[in-house]
Design a protein around this ligand. Structure first.
Ligand code: 13P
Ligand code: 13P
Ligand code: MG
Ligand code: MG
Length: 368
């Protein structure tokens, strides 16, 4: 069966501060998407949240970038913003950067990961959702899943995975993309994706079948707004098993709490901590950055699930390690590398400060 899996997300108001989401927002989204499902536009949906980000997980047959799906998602975020305003939640409508919907939510603030797929005999998918981090955070996990045999045993021993994967890499600043074939071109690819603030893995395809295996949201709020308004808090969809990595191979990269950008005011680096749904309320210095993983089996478009994939004591040591790293970085206070490097700070209050102090900077005297 041909269908589209869409995950569209936005921060429309935090409770309390940027820590979590008020249940009334989720109830509103549930009510509205329930109506849309009845109307027949959606086959199924699931409302999730990570920290203060509202995630609309939807299946339908309208294809990627469909106006009706995007418009309905935008209107859902608007309605939830109204609820947030009434409760005076923090940053109500934070990620809705446009005044009115204009055809596609991409470029308007929300994050979008969508894939058209031909549902297999069994279709396990994992939807990763992160808070307090930026698009590009999926680069290392996607690389490990689809290109690193030390993570994914199937690259070596599974016939269905033979042939490797094609990575679609986006230059976030220039708005260009390039495709790299793994394993032949991994060194060249790593030269770019190792810099996730500049390059983001947008999609991964099986080279053997051409099918899409993964897609991530690459929208950068700061580049859309031209200033800091909140962090991207990106999402990623990965198909598992058979011609794709096994479920456990898709979770394994998160056993190492990689350091990502986005903690406190979007201006600090911190470890990405994999947590269960109920543990995704980042409060320690507004963090550390979190990732949750919702597993589903698709059944004729029905979202069977979710299973809370990081709700496993096997990830306890990762969480402990994350807090050791977090503690070490926190001791740096306002110093890099806890604080983001200077060129990444141009979307914070730094430009204002530069302007205020501009006249006080004097040329260095000759001979000194
Ligand atoms: P089962 O034998 O439990 O189906 O697992 C197969 C597998 O590939 C696990 O990674
Ligand atoms: P969010 O991007 O999750 O809203 O967080 C913003 C922030 O400034 C946290 O300190
Ligand atoms: Mg927020
Ligand atoms: Mg957030």
């Amino acid at each position: 069966m041909k269908l589209t899996l869409s995950v569209i997300k936005a921060d429309v108001g935090g409770y309390v501060g940027h820590a979590s989401m008020h249940p009334d927002l989720m109830a509103k989204a549930e009510e509205l998407l329930g109506q849309v499902k009845k109307s027949g536009l959606l086959i199924d949906y699931h409302i999730a949240r990570v920290g203060d980000d509202l995630e609309l997980i939807m299946t339908h047959t309208k294809g990627e970038n469909n106006v009706a799906i995007h418009k309905m998602s935008w209107e859902t975020f608007e309605a939830c913003t109204e609820v947030a305003k009434k409760l005076k939640l923090y940053g109500a409508g934070q990620d809705l950067l446009a005044d009115a919907f204009s055809g596609n939510v991409k470029g308007m603030g929300p994050g979008v990961a969508e894939m058209d797929l031909d549902e297999r005999k069994s279709e396990p998918v994992i939807i990763y959702m992160a808070d307090k981090t930026a698009s590009g955070a999926w680069n290392m996990p996607l690389y490990k899943m689809f290109a690193d045999p030390f993570n994914t045993a199937g690259l070596v021993i599974a016939e269905a995975m033979d042939g490797g994967y094609r990575f679609d890499v986006l230059d976030l600043k220039a708005g260009k993309y390039i495709q790299f074939d793994a394993p032949e071109e991994i060194y060249h690819m790593l030269a770019f994706i190792g810099s996730p603030s500049h390059y983001a893995v947008r999609a991964v395809y099986s080279r053997r079948t051409g099918e899409i295996g993964a897609v991530s949201s690459t929208q950068r709020l700061s580049l859309i707004a031209g200033r800091y308004v909140g962090k991207d808090d990106p999402v990623c969809i990965v198909r598992c098993q058979n011609q794709f990595p096994a479920v456990g191979e898709c979770l394994e990269p998160f056993s190492m709490p990689a350091i990502v950008e986005g903690w406190m005011r979007g201006s600090h680096n911190g470890p990405l901590m994999p947590v269960s749904f109920k543990e995704c309320n980042p409060t320690r210095f507004d963090g550390p950055p979190r990732v949750i993983a919702a597993g589903f089996q698709l059944a004729d478009g029905r979202l069977v699930g979710p299973l809370d994939m990081f709700d496993d004591p096997a990830f306890d040591p990762t969480r402990e390690q994350a807090m050791v790293v977090a503690e070490h970085l926190r001791r740096h206070g306002p110093f890099e590398p806890h604080r983001l490097p200077m060129d990444e700070m141009e979307y914070t209050t730094m430009p204002l400060l530069m302007e205020r102090l501009a006249a006080r900077w004097k040329p260095v005297e000759d001979g000194k």
